[in-house]
Design a protein around this ligand. Structure first.
Ligand code: PLP
Length: 391
């Protein structure tokens, strides 16, 4: 295999391809089964049934009830609906608008909170410790009588570190504060159960676990105060109006069904691949920092920092050799800024530029991992020779 024809994908936290079964399940709905699920005739009613079945599959992977699932256009919209929806429902009481979130959140949460600051809410951004774990002690101290919402992600997209949501829920429950978690990087990678986590709202996105892009859901625990962001028809219990993306919903349901069935074996397989990867990097490359290895992590994510080398240069060089990895988060690449997550963990901003994220998927193999380790070592060595910082 020539180097220029090799295409190996290690960026599954950015997005995944669809499983073949997902594509097959969607196919009929792209043409013959095109009806609007709100229509009373058979074109509509048979699609209503199909959407209900998919909703049940989505609920099941979270340990939720189908009525608690609001379908959206993805993780970003689910995060927006959760945060803005709670603020709109609860700020009716004058002065009651304080949100607690963390510095390591995805931009879908961070930028929404920043926008709400401009609209008159107070927001506390809780720091992270050196392993990438949100400081629950500081979160607890930040709670005020006017706190309406705590939003902390389940698994970080850059580091894979799993946050102590269960412990946070013990705090929010006592004070009747609504708890939201962005579980986009959790579902399909670890078991997720809304009752074990103790959350009221939880965001997921289909394209992060072998489902279609542009589909997501917000889990809304029964009785949670929430108002819609969009106004329109009565779809999704009035919380998210608009004619359903039926092929997408069918694919989303299928992706959930398969993920639930195959999770234990995929966790084991991917976990072993990552072990091989991290061991190989440790043996072949000197002076690399592994992020979050002292904390619980989702099994597919490896986050490393190579001091004094730009992560973007590593990523571009690896791309030329046929390997797709990420420097920092996909959403912030393009700008040559240090990752906000790596900086929050306490890395020197110059070192935080050297972040590389390798996120494995179910079809990656040990041969691919071995080839990657070799290419990675070559690229790092080449860049270290070139770097003026190593002079
Ligand atoms: C990808 C991602 C999102 C955004 O989801 P989309 O479906 O792409 O809008 C939100 N949060 C996290 C943690 C993510 O990784």
């Amino acid at each position: 295999m020539g180097e220029n024809t090799r295409r190996i994908y290690f960026d599954h936290n950015a997005t995944t391809y669809m499983r073949q079964e997902v594509i097959d399940a969607m196919q009929p709905f792209l043409r013959d089964r095109f009806g609007n699920a709100s229509s009373l005739h058979f074109f509509g009613q048979e699609n209503r049934d199909a959407v209900d079945d998919a909703r049940a599959d989505i609920a099941r992977i979270l340990g939720a009830e189908p009525e608690e699932i609001i379908l959206t256009s993805g993780g970003t919209e689910s995060d927006n609906l959760a945060i803005r929806g709670v603020v709109m429902a609860r700020r009716k009481a004058p002065g009651r608008c304080h949100i607690i979130t963390s510095v390591i959140e995805h931009p879908a949460v961070l930028k929404t909170c920043e926008a709400l600051e401009d609209e008159g809410c107070d927001v506390t951004y809780v720091p992270s410790d050196g392993e990438g774990l949100v400081r629950v002690d500081i979160l607890e101290e930040s709670i005020r009588p006017e706190t309406v919402l705590v939003s902390v992600m389940l698994a970080n997209n850059e580091t894979g570190v799993i946050q102590p949501i269960g412990r946070i829920s013990e705090l929010t429950r006592k004070k009747e504060i609504i708890l939201h978690t962005d579980a986009v990087q959790g579902v399909g990678k670890i078991g997720v159960n809304v009752d074990d986590l103790g959350v009221d709202l939880l965001s997921i996105s289909a394209h992060k676990f072998y489902g279609p892009k542009g589909l997501g859901a917000l889990y809304v625990r029964r009785g949670t105060d929430l108002e819609p962001v969009y106004t329109g028809g009565s779809h999704e219990r009035g919380l998210r109006p608009g004619t359903e993306n039926i092929p997408g919903i069918i694919g989303f349901g299928k992706a959930c069904r398969i993920a639930k069935e195959s999770l234990p074996k995929e966790i084991k397989y991917i976990g072993e691949l990552r072990e091989r990867l991290e061991r190989g990097i440790l043996e072949r490359i000197e002076d690399v920092i592994f992020i979050g290895t002292g904390a619980p992590r989702v099994p597919n994510t490896c986050s490393i920092v190579i001091p004094r080398i730009e992560g973007e240069a590593v990523t571009l060089n690896l791309s030329m050799l046929g390997f797709a990895v990420s420097s920092g988060s996909a959403c912030s690449s393009g700008k040559s800024e240090a990752s906000h997550v790596l900086t929050a963990i306490g890395l020197d901003p110059a070192d935080a530029q050297g972040g590389v994220r390798i996120s494995l998927g179910i079809e990656n193999t040990s041969l691919e991992v071995d080839a990657f380790i070799e290419a990675f070592a070559v690229v790092v060595e080449r860049l270290r020779k070139l770097s003026p910082l190593n002079g």
